[in-house]
Design a binder for this molecule. Sequence first.
Ligand code: ADP
Ligand code: MG
Ligand code: MG
Length: 339
Amino acid sequence: MKKRILLLAGGQSGEHEVSLMSARSVLAALPRDQFDVTPVVISKQGRWLPPTGTQKALETGEAPGGGDLVLHRVASAEGYDAVFPLLHGPMGEDGTIQGLLTLAGIPFVGSGVLGSAVSMDKVMTKQVLASAGIAQVEWRLALRREWRSQPEVVTARATELGFPLFVKPANLGSSVGISKVSHTDDLQAALDLAFSLDRRVILEAMTSHKPREVEVGILGNDAPVASPVGELSFDSEFYDYETKYTEGRAQMHIPARMPRDMSERVREMALQAFRALDCAGLARVDFFYVEETGELFLNEVNTMPGFTTTSMYPKLFEAAGIGYSELVTRLVTLALEER
Ligand code: ADP
Ligand code: MG
Ligand code: MG
């Protein structure tokens, strides 16, 4: 019997478009002799679009429409064997959809409520990983209320880290709302921007030199495996939105150009983080490697990484001999697996 799969894409976050791109690739790759796939695009306002609207959104990248309570819509997920929530960022990758599907009793691809929520929040991730003894850069938390009522306290907290530093919304992705701040004068604008997007903001010390950015894919549930390590190189100041999504701005290197013992450490740390955060199915774990000092810092864990055929996560597994179509099939199988 073919498995009925509901593929959710789009969603309410700043990564809506990225999700649509990933969904087109996954839709084309899920083997039709095994799966009956129904895509549903969620508009930026949170509306689960009907088939015609979904088709149009996948073709044009435009998903209009508000209203429509999401809770009424979970009924439309009934009758599916599994859901593939190919959504990035808040209201998709952060445990919210995962909670809805858990309540509805429908298996889904990827991490559950706990792993999704903790991994989405850069501060919670840092706290959990610190308790697992995983090396990370120095950081501080700031709340919007503090920034409004005691800006000098927040500024002082940031200054403790030294310049340049990074200011980031705690719960976002694709570098949306992230600033690299090299001077006190630019701190206010960076904090205003981050707080316009999130109640919680993380301030991070920069690595001692511009880091090499290396990433590793994890696949599995309770017996996860790590892919080879990949690396991204680019000329811009940091791996910002433009660099990520403008053709030709960043180069992917698989395997990463680093000593073998170092890449083994990356893979081991990534597996350790995946377990510590109670992730499931898949994750892409990103690191900073400071070649000059040999330091390795875990940066973040993405529980629903970019998933086009040219994205890092699928490319990493392709290098391990698992092609795109096989990879998505395995993810659905993992969703259906008893744990
Ligand atoms: P996102 O979840 O949006 O991808 P990241 O935390 O990965 O956010 O930050 C995006 C990019 O910003 C990183 O890939 C890196 O280029 C740069 N960056 C973020 N934090 C630091 C840091 N502490 N030191 C050096 N570079 C950083
Ligand atoms: Mg991220
Ligand atoms: Mg990142």
